[in-house]
Ligand binder design. Sequence first.
Ligand code: SF4
Length: 306
Amino acid sequence: MNTQEMVEKINKLKDERNAIILAHNYQVPEIQDIADFIGDSLELARKASGIKDKDVIVFCGVDFMAEMAAILNPDKIVLVPSPAARCPMAAQLPADRLIEYKNKYPDAGVVVYVNTLAETKAEADIVCTSANAIKVVNSLPQKTVLFGPDANLARWVAINVPEKKIIPVPQDGGCYVHKKITLDDIEKSRREHPFAELMVHPECPPEVQDAADFVLSTGQMIEHAGQSNSKEFIVGTERDMTYRLQKLYPEKRFYPINEKRICVQMKKNTVEGIYLSLKNMENKVSVKPEIADKAKKAIERMLEIK
Ligand code: SF4
């Protein structure tokens, strides 16, 4: 079966199963093209929390995102095209490690990045994404805040909320895709595209954040590119974000900061995986109810922040 035939079958199965396909901005173009909704973690969480009329959600992202959709939709079936699509950063702050930090800093607020597993979210006061991390930290009454697992995002928050003490947990957590973005990447891409604005993700290293024109979540990149008078943009995040931007704004030009900055885990999802998961109703995501209840409170607290 070729891709086009598979897409036709997926569309038929979607009707039969009453399903919706959600996809993260870093999914391959073929998946972005068949998704019903594409977004960053925050947009996907908001979308997932509002799904009323569907029975099945096919979630094309990584483990923690699909878990979140399952937590927010206990009455629906959540499927993933590939159970092997697991974010390595989410494994860097297991729940028992966070509990150790909480015992060490009992008066601190606890913010965990959305890139954590449900057990860890269950131990947090509130969840955040890169789009709302600053607002989330500002919403807490505590002056000291444990923030993990991304240390570069923690540093970005600390710069923007100087009145609070942000403690990164662990000290060196982070995303291998964004950590590989370097000043050399910036230098080369600026040389090739001298009139382009440079947008980078806050998971990038400090020197990259400091050298950029804008530090933005992927959702904020979309917003900024739409509002800016600039016609060209260098995009400092996962490669396939440029596909999304290019499709939204065909009159502008978007260049990945480096074609090699690819999240291998996100790419484990395929069109065939979507087809098979829907056909066989396989790769169901489930979260233990006692963990889901606690994690849901931390997620909902985030979703209440406008
Ligand atoms: S891009 Fe980084 S943070 Fe996002 S899923 Fe891949 S490894 Fe995890």
